[in-house]
Design a protein around this ligand. Structure first.
Ligand code: URA
Length: 202
C-alpha cells in the first residue's frame, strides 16, 4: 500500500462536515504519488460524487484535453480538489467545509511534495494566492518555500464562456516553461550552497 492509498482509507469515512451526510462517495484525488505537478480544483460535482474520482465530468474532459496540449496524461500528474465531497446542487463550498477539509489536502501535498501547484478557479486560488483576483493573475506564477504556484481559470469556465477557452489553453501551454524555470532556479541555488567559498572571491 502506498502512503496515498493509506490516506484515502482515512479520508473515506470522514464526517467532519455536513457534506458527509449528502455525498455518495468521497473524492480524495488521483494521480501519481511522485507527481511534479498537482492540479487543485474546487469540489466534486455530480459525476465525481458518483464515481469517487475527480474531474470526470465535462470540465474533466476539458482538463484531459488541456493536459494533452502539454504532452501529459492524468497519470503523470495529481488531481485533487479543495473539498473532497460534493456540495448539494453543486452550490459553492462554505468556509466551514473548506476549513474541515484542509488537513486532507495538506497531507496529500506532504506525501506528494510537488514542484508545482496549479490552482484551478477561485477557491484554490484563494488558498494559495490570498486576496488576488483571477482575471488579473491567471497565467502567472510565484514561488514560495520551494514550490511554484500557478493560477488558472477553472476549466468549467470555458464551458460557460467560450471566449475563455483560448485563454485557458494559452495559460496551460505556459506550464512546462514555468516548471523548467523554477527547477533551474532550484539547481542554481543548490550549486551556490555547494560552493559557498566562491562568494568570498567577490
Ligand atoms: N469541478 C471541480 O472543481 N472538481 C471536480 O472534481 C469536478 C469539477
Amino acid at each position: 500500500m502506498s502512503a496515498l492509498t493509506d490516506l484515502y482509507e482515512e479520508i473515506a469515512p470522514c464526517q467532519q462536515c455536513t457534506l458527509s451526510k449528502t455525498r455518495t462517495m468521497v473524492v480524495p484525488g488521483e494521480g501519481a504519488e511522485n507527481a511534479d505537478i498537482v492540479f487543485i480544483g474546487e469540489a466534486p460535482g455530480w459525476h465525481e460524487d458518483k464515481q469517487g474520482r475527480p474531474f470526470v465530468g465535462p470540465a474533466g474532459k476539458f482538463l484531459d484535453d488541456l493536459l494533452g496540449l502539454i504532452g501529459l496524461k492524468r497519470s503523470d500528474v495529481y488531481i485533487a480538489n479543495i473539498i473532497k465531497c460534493r456540495p448539494p446542487d453543486n452550490r459553492d463550498p462554505l468556509p466551514p467545509e473548506i476549513g474541515a477539509c484542509k488537513k486532507w489536502l495538506d497531507r496529500q501535498l506532504e506525501i506528494i511534495r510537488p514542484k508545482m501547484i496549479v490552482t484551478l478557479g477561485r477557491y484554490s486560488m484563494a488558498r494559495y494566492f490570498p486576496g488576488q483576483v483571477i482575471s488579473k493573475i491567471h497565467g502567472t506564477s510565484k514561488k514560495e518555500d520551494g514550490i511554484i504556484y500557478f493560477a488558472m481559470y477553472h476549466p468549467a469556465a470555458a464551458l460557460h464562456q467560450q471566449k475563455l477557452r483560448q485563454v485557458i489553453e494559452d495559460d496551460m501551454r505556459k506550464i512546462p516553461q514555468v516548471l523548467a524555470d523554477g527547477s533551474a532556479a532550484d539547481e542554481e541555488d543548490e550549486k551556490k550552497e555547494e560552493r559557498p567559498e566562491q562568494l568570498s572571491m567577490f
